[in-house]
Design a protein around this ligand. Structure first.
Ligand code: 13P
Ligand code: SF4
Length: 393
């Protein structure tokens, strides 16, 4: 069954072009150019092993067809680190992913993000100065020594570096449970007075703490960076076990309980499969929760004729529906819901980036400064050293 999509214009979300001072290059090919596929193929062939193209699962079909490897954030970070011979890593994903690739690759490898406006609104919700203010409040409350900061991969390099400097680590949606267990273990274990400051996605932090580590919702407090003292008293901070940053994904935050109820009423055999960036109430109503890799593997393993509602980014859901015509796959939202910043990477930008490399010019290089890189690498390597991935990967 294919998804019947209303033809809504795509919302642009926040104007990241304006925020980052990014302008589209003048020599970008026009989207209507019928030779774009042939041009991308020719440029990739000309570059040969010098280039390696990584594609996140949320990328458009027109781009994903040129990826040498596709994956979730965790897999792509590993793949970038495992390609020491590629001179250029072209990252078809968003800014924080390209930064992580730059951190994990050698200095003579160059990472290219085809459109610099491909940011992530969730990553933008935690700024370094805000996180430093929060840490000062934890110190003032006398609990900083008990706290390990853990940041979701979806954060800027300087937030990862902050975690590296303060004994913490990075996690992804596929190993957040393992990372949290490690973090609590660093300060005496889950049943001690240890605490985690979880950045920037409150939903991944809450879902993991409650559903996988067995905590109560009352163990979690939410630090609002826009309020003095995060909107919390020192007592509330001292009583908490999980201090969740008030960030969220604008794409996954759209999925709602009433759509789950509505679909279940009309499809009694329906299985609901969602990403852990969804709100806790939605995850509670789902049958299965996991990263994009988990979602793909679950659908691949599902028997023919089964019916699934999937709560994650629409490019991936459409691709799964196309690849599994023997299964009934529906989208868990009434409206079109792409990640507008992931969608910034389109075929014209990819062609422009690849052809520029063929011509000897590296465009849109993502380069993290040496000090940030060193500490962010500490946090990333702590994650890569964690024992295996969670069962939900
Ligand atoms: P994963 O790739 O870790 O599943 O995360 C999804 C996402 O939102 C990436 O931005
Ligand atoms: Fe960021 Fe959400 Fe888009 Fe992922 S899907 S890049 S978390 S806005």
């Amino acid at each position: 069954m294919t998804i019947d999509l209303p033809l809504l214009p795509l919302g642009k979300g926040r104007d990241l072009d304006a925020e980052r001072g990014v302008e589209c290059p003048g020599d970008l090919p026009v989207a209507s150019d019928p030779t774009l596929v042939a041009r991308a193929r020719a440029a990739k062939e000309a570059l040969g092993d010098r280039v390696f193209v990584l594609g996140h699962h949320y990328q458009r079909d027109e781009v994903i067809q040129f990826a040498d490897v596709t994956g979730d954030s965790f897999k792509l970070a590993r793949e970038a680190a495992a390609r020491p011979d590629a001179e250029f890593i072209v990252f078809c994903g968003v800014h924080f992913m390209a930064e992580s690739a730059d951190i994990l690759t050698s200095d003579d490898q160059q990472v290219v993000l085809p459109d610099l406006a491909a940011g992530c609104s969730m990553a933008d919700m935690a700024r370094l100065a805000q996180v430093e203010d929060c840490w000062e409040a934890l110190e003032a409350a006398g609990i900083a020594d008990q706290v390990v900061p853990v940041t979701y991969m979806n954060s800027s390099a300087d937030i990862k570096a902050f975690c590296g400097r303060h004994g913490g680590a990075v996690c992804t949606s596929s190993n957040a449970d393992v990372a949290l267990e490690w973090a609590f273990g660093e300060k005496g274990g889950v049943d001690s007075d240890a605490k985690v400051l979880f950045l920037p996605d409150q939903h991944l932090g809450r879902n993991t703490a409650v559903l996988q580590l067995g905590m109560d919702l009352d163990d979690c407090v939410v630090w609002n960076p826009l309020l003095p003292g995060g909107g919390l008293t020192p007592e509330e901070l001292r009583d908490a076990r999980m201090i969740l940053w008030r960030g969220h994904c604008s794409v996954h935050g759209r999925f709602s309980e009433d759509v789950v109820d509505e679909l279940r009423a009309t499809h009694p055999d329906l299985k609901v499969l969602v990403h852990p960036e969804c709100r806790h109430e939605v995850v509670l109503k789902a049958d299965l929760v996991g990263s994009t890799e988990f979602i793909i593997k679950t659908i691949e393993a599902a028997p023919s004729g089964t019916t699934w509602a999937i709560g994650t980014e629409l490019n991936l859901v459409k691709r799964l529906a196309d690849a599994h015509p023997d299964k009934n796959i529906v989208f868990l939202d009434r409206n079109v819901c792409y990640c507008s910043t992931m969608n910034r990477i389109d075929l014209p930008h990819l062609v422009w980036a690849l052809e520029s490399l063929v011509g000897g010019t590296v465009v849109n290089r993502i380069e993290v400064d040496a000090e940030t890189q060193a500490w962010a690498q500490v946090a990333l390597e702590r994650m890569l050293a964690l024992p295996g991935r969670s069962q939900r990967d």
